[in-house]
Write a protein that binds this ligand. Structure first.
Ligand code: HEM
Length: 423
């Protein structure tokens, strides 16, 4: 019997998708559902921008994402407007289309393939055990701060070859950038400050300045002492024989810190909440972990869809569902809505770890920018839940769950839990 959607979707059906405060209370699923059903290519005006189209159906999101010639990333990939100067200062491979994009992506692809990531599994398991051994004996703790926030950055730090003493700095600065609309993570709340002194920095954030300085220092050091880490790969000449410029390098480094920091963390937190809220699914997982763990991770990714959207810009006029998207218009691909599209996923609000054919959009799909870190994220999620399995039915949520103030990242930033009999 399908779960009635009305009991699950949050909020009313006409929420402002741009308002970061909306997402503090939850993902505005009812609004997305209305858009999918009645207005799948819908126009949202913005008070500080030109407005944008929202694409909310699964098939449309994939089709537009595939068509990178018509839906370009090179004018920016988030809602904010960027002028040419900002774009030039902040461009990473995410803000490039092929073939320029391919040139940069190839530099580091090797470090993130499924096969390479499989070779990191022991390291991930060791880190997961360390982190859990530190947290569980406390009996009551914030799962996000003590576990989910720790593992991804420690792993990324290892891949980047950053000294362990610097991980904390990298996580904090990464949070200040991506959480740039949440006062808990930054005192430079980007939609509330009255100056734009940092507009040429990643995420318009002062944390970007610090990460740029850090990147310059680590590059200097690696040029003198090359190793086999991702930084050394980044400093090598690209396929056209030219090395990255200093600015390209700093932006690339900052992209990895930003992208590899909080996404896996928030998926882990959402995954734990889903399992604890669905004891039937938890029971199934504990009975048949070898068979179901991979599927459970995919279902966590689908339901949490942590990076809720990325934006493109139309390079020519496009007709879709009776609407005309004009050349130059901003087009927002809502992965999170596609991941809950009833046309693709039967009973989409049901957390079902046995779901077949779960071709979700959490990592993007069909286009050139598909997540570089998808196998790393999967491995971290799988290993952490494997290590958590024996205690999962002794964990309960113990306090209020707090969500990030962001219209870009759907994140649980605090998930207090209690362990029954922690020893
Ligand atoms: C559950 C965790 C993660 C989620 C949900 C996620 C989501 C995504 C999505 C949706 C994109 C597509 C962007 C676009 O279409 O414009 C993307 C790209 C990317 N992701 Fe992830 N990501 C995750 C983990 C990671 C990790 C661990 C890394 C590690 C470094 C990473 C690095 C990147 C990079 C570098 C790109 C840009 C790829 C390109 O432009 O070719 N991600 N990610």
């Amino acid at each position: 019997m399908p779960t009635p959607v009305d009991t699950i979707v949050w909020g009313d059906r006409h929420l402002d998708l741009t308002d970061p405060d909306v997402y503090r209370a939850g993902v505005p699923h009812a609004t997305f559902q209305r858009l999918r059903d009645t207005d799948p290519v819908s126009w949202t005006p913005e008070h500080d921008g030109a407005g944008f189209w929202s694409i909310t159906r699964y098939d449309d999101v994939i089709a537009l994402n595939k068509d990178f010639r018509t839906m370009s990333s090179s004018h920016g990939i988030r809602l904010e407007e960027m002028d040419d100067e900002e774009l030039a200062a902040r461009r990473t491979m995410m803000e490039l289309d092929p073939p320029e994009h391919t040139r940069l992506r190839r530099l580091v692809m090797g470090g993130f393939t499924r096969r390479t990531v499989a070779s990191y599994e022991n390291a991930i398991r060791l880190l997961a055990r360390q982190v859990l051994d530190d947290a569980l004996p406390a009996g009551r703790f914030d799962f996000v701060t003590r576990v989910a926030r720790q593992l991804p950055m420690r792993m990324l730090g290892k891949l980047l070859g950053a000294p362990e003493a610097d991980y904390r700095f990298l996580v904090d600065r990464g949070d200040a950038m991506i959480g740039n609309t949440d006062p808990e993570f930054t005192d430079h709340v980007v939609d509330q400050v009255t100056h734009d002194d940092h507009r040429l920095m990643p995420f318009r954030s002062p944390a970007g300045v610090e990460l740029f300085e850090y990147a310059a220092e680590i590059a200097r050091e690696r040029r003198e002492h090359p190793t086999d880490d991702v930084i050394t790969q980044l400093l090598a000449p690209t396929m056209d024989g030219e090395p990255l410029s200093d600015l390209e390098f700093k932006n690339f480094f900052t992209l990895l810190v930003a992208a590899g920091n909080d996404t896996t963390r928030y998926t882990m937190a959402a995954g734990l909440q889903l399992l604890l809220d669905h004891p039937d699914q938890l029971g199934l997982l504990q009975e048949r972990p070898d068979e179901l763990l991979d599927q459970a991770v995919e279902e966590m990714l689908r339901m949490s869809s942590v990076t809720m959207h990325f934006r493109r810009t139309a390079t020519k006029d496009v007709e879709l569902h009776g609407r005309t998207i004009r050349e130059g218009d901003k087009v927002v691909l809502w992965w999170i809505s596609g991941n809950h599209d009833e046309r693709q996923f039967p009973d989409p609000f049901r957390f079902d770890i046995t779901r077949e054919d779960n071709r979700h959009l959490a990592f993007g799909r069909g286009g050139p920018h598909r997540c570089l870190g998808e196998w790393l994220a999967r491995a971290e999620l799988k290993v952490t839940f494997e290590e958590l399995l024996p205690v999962l039915d002794r964990l309960t949520i113990d306090g209020s769950v707090e969500r990030l103030r962001s219209n870009f990242i759907s994140g649980i930033k605090h998930l207090p839990v209690a362990v029954d009999d922690p020893t």
